[in-house]
Design a protein around this ligand. Sequence first.
Ligand code: NA7
Length: 555
Amino acid sequence: MAKVKLNAMETNQEPGGDFDVVIVGAGFAGLYMLHRMRGLGFSARVFEAGSGVGGTWFWNRYPGARCDVESMEYSYQFSDELQQEWVWTERYASQPEILRYLNHVADRFSLRRDIQLNTHVLAATFNETAGRWTIETSAGNRVSAQFCVMATGCLSSTNTPNFKGRSHFAGPSYHTGNWPQEGVDFIGKRVGVIGTGSSAVQCIPLIAQQASHLNVFQRTPTYTIPAHNGPLDPEVQREVKANYANFRAYNKLLPSGLNIRHNEASALAIPKEERQHEYEERWAHGGLPFLGAFADLLFSKEANDTAAEFIHEKIRSAVHDPVIAEKLLPRIVFGCKRPCVDTGYYQTFNRSNVTLVNVSSSPIEEITENGLTVKGKKYELDAIVFATGYDAMTGSLLKIDIRGHCGRSLKEAWAEGPRTYLGVATVGFPNLFTITGPGSPSVLTNMIPSIEQHVEWIADCVLYVRDHGFVCIKPTLAAQDAWVHHVNSVAGATLFPTCNSWYLGANIPGKSRVFMPYLGFPPYVQKCNDVAAKGYEGFVLIRGNDGERHAALSR
Ligand code: NA7
């Protein structure tokens, strides 16, 4: 930590400046974007809200925070030296280990000198006459940039529901996505965890070990697959590293960019025993590869039911009390919310100090000074943990007052749900790019290759603009409309829209219900490559003097 603080002090804090590129966020996306832009000779400045680099992995320090993608995959591949030298210690890396990795990356590529920490970007305004963005920050910066890249993350704007009486609670409360750096001691405390998504599933088993009593307030039971985490076998690591380029290239051809073996068979086309065998093998292997058990799990409700039933049986056998087990059974389509990956989640409900409280039919009524009430019953608590998720994919973007063509805000442009071309650009916002934005595969993939693909595509695009004498690039309405239509029709053919997931924005009251990510990493990459190869098909490229540019941008 001392080192991070020192580097923060060393960071350039000039209030003004003109840059080729301003990048918002210093997580996986922002760090690589900076490295790439600098490598191409562009001047760049990164603004980061946190007091250190790391993004998601800086903020999510709750007990048990861990990646659900295996360590050998969840890392950058742009530098072979980097991927060869870094040694992962566990099959699934913990938050502290990933944060150490990102700090190593920041140091190894001397990134810190262009990163300003402790700085929220408040506004980004496009000036049509100058053809440049003006970026204003909480630290008083007012800088200009030809290009603005939003590397703000898909799950970084926390959602704390506005429960009645929330501010009356006398004890400490925490959101998993904004956890105190110094950690939290729950020993001897009566703790309430609200939510049973991925963050809750990771922290509940560990908080239960400390708390005198833990109440888990569950609205929707979740599917979770055991991680079977453990030390990473050095031999496995050596083998992957010996063939890293091929391993990475192979994974990129898989639907989620993840090293999941996809069974092409239908769950319904084989005898029950064979199906059970496949599920058992996947359960024993652990983690997200369970999703690849059969080709039709996300397309046929009948096929999906077979997976749901299998997991129901696993829950029944893990949880001793049949009444509690029944309450834990998820009734939604398996996979329509991202499945969790756990260590001892269901077993935690066998502990005598853990109570599962159903808040589905009777929601939390009120938070009081000493706890909260459900159905008139009072739960006394010393601490509350909000594991209540995020305003995903659009939340962090819309918190910034982004104004493009004619001063129109992104909030207005996306009032009916986000609309982008390829998830990287939006009509009316020239020279603005979003890394893993809505309309791109992002959260349905291994995020790191998705981020790298976007960073490289954006960097190539900026280079093309510069080298061909253009000054601005913006998507056409026709290209954007066609892409949005395509994203929706692909999602519409699946079971994804059947449940109230954050993929659909359904967890945020008032948010438009639109399926935000694009399903299918390889076709997406192909489409992006084609667009670039055709001279940025679907974009308008603008050159010329101030007057011509202004006229072109105003159209
Ligand atoms: P998630 O997956 O969005 O989970 C949030 C949880 O909080 C979920 O169980 C919600 O229930 C629950 N929630 C939200 N609002 C309420 C209210 N008002 N009352 C009761 N319960 C509520 O967020 P996570 O942080 O766990 O995981 C996010 C992603 O990070 C995850 O998908 C992985 O990709 C990594 P609901 O299901 O909405 O009924």
